[in-house]
Design a protein around this ligand. Structure first.
Ligand SMILES: NC(=O)c1ccc[n+]([C@@H]2O[C@H](COP(=O)([O-])OP(=O)(O)OC[C@H]3O[C@@H](n4cnc5c(N)ncnc54)[C@H](OP(=O)(O)O)[C@@H]3O)[C@@H](O)[C@H]2O)c1
Length: 280
């Protein structure tokens, strides 16, 4: 089975597992083509040359057309990365411009890189140092949605519930996504995830496997995995998708791509979900 989808308030369908393209440099295009041919339909990138080669995603989209897979069949997510997250030598917009202009310029670069006239999901890579500045950026992102450039908005690396609530309160277009590191140090964002679920915000997880070796080695997770003839990584991803979280995976391996998509071919029982729930 291929992807399963979440119906978003904006009307778009967001895949329950998303292929991430960070750190792939010149391999980006080939890996995205491979991932989509395996069945991934969601792609995450960023206008942040330090970690992402966004034009490689654009090249992949072009190549995929030759296999009969078109832009409108894919969920494409990119980010505006504030100056603090950019390499000073490769900032893809004028860092001296006002924030609104930075966002607009970054978005124009993304559209060019991706050779598309719309983005399904536009993410603010991290909050700025004050709420006012975050809102200045958010207003520019809202403008993009209002001009049909993006279909939904989100935020990333926001680990503070109060900040999230402030953004939600002041936003005209409410955040649809929170993309965060999923790990023990933040108590797996339990409070944030609960609040997000109550407010129709989908939590996307990263570092899901790399930051959680203890979870993947846990005997309970391993017993559940054996009983389904699956790997502990598949069980963790399945647990997340069954509890409303959309994990990102940036695997480079054919086997792992196939395994990551095969999570939709089995279902964890309520008892298993509960057992994993207690490990977090
Ligand atoms: N918003 C942010 O600030 C931010 C930060 C970091 C990442 N992200 C996004 O999240 C994406 C994923 O990044 P990540 O940090 O979670 O890690 P990742 O790049 O997906 O790395 C996962 C690691 O786990 C290994 N692995 C082992 N078994 C696997 C399995 N069954 N499925 C998948 N991987 C398996 C992979 O190795 P193999 O390659 O050998 O499979 C890889 O080394 C990024 O590409 C990016 O789009 C966003």
């Amino acid at each position: 089975m291929d992807n399963d989808y979440i119906e978003m308030p904006s009307g778009i369908r967001m895949p329950k597992i998303i292929y991430g393209t960070a750190w792939k440099r010149e391999q980006t295009a080939a890996l995205v083509v491979k991932a989509v041919k395996h069945g991934f339909r969601g792609i995450d990138t960023a206008c942040q040359p330090r970690h992402y080669f966004e034009p490689g995603v654009g090249q992949a989209l072009k190549e995929l057309e030759t296999f009969g897979i078109f832009r409108n069949q894919l969920f494409l997510q990119t980010k505006y990365t504030p100056i603090s997250g950019q390499d000073p030598n490769t900032i893809p917009y004028n860092p001296n411009a006002p924030l609104r202009e930075q966002v607009m310029e970054s978005f124009a670069v993304s559209k060019k890189n991706l050779a598309t006239n719309f983005i399904d999901s536009l993410i603010l890579h991290s909050p700025l140092d004050t709420h006012d500045k975050t809102m200045e950026v958010w207003r520019a992102m809202e403008e993009i949605v209002n001009h049909a450039g993006a279909k939904q908005l989100g935020i990333s690396n926001c680990y503070d519930l109060l900040r999230m609530q402030q953004l939600y309160k002041d936003a005209e277009i409410k955040p649809a996504v929170l993309q965060n590191r999923f790990y023990k140090e933040t108590n797996f964002d339990k409070n944030l995830r609960k609040w997000c679920a109550e407010n129709k915000i989908v939590y996307q997880s990263f570092w899901t496997l790399t930051a959680n070796p203890a979870l993947l080695q846990n005997p309970i997770v391993n017993d559940i995995a054996s009983s389904h003839h699956k790997t502990p990584a598949q069980v963790l991803f399945r647990y997340l998708t069954q509890t409303g979280v959309a994990p990102l995976t940036g695997t480079t391996s054919d086997t792992h791509m196939a395994e990551d998509l095969a999570i939709f071919s089995f279902e964890l029982s309520a008892t298993d979900v509960n057992k994993i729930h207690h490990l977090l």
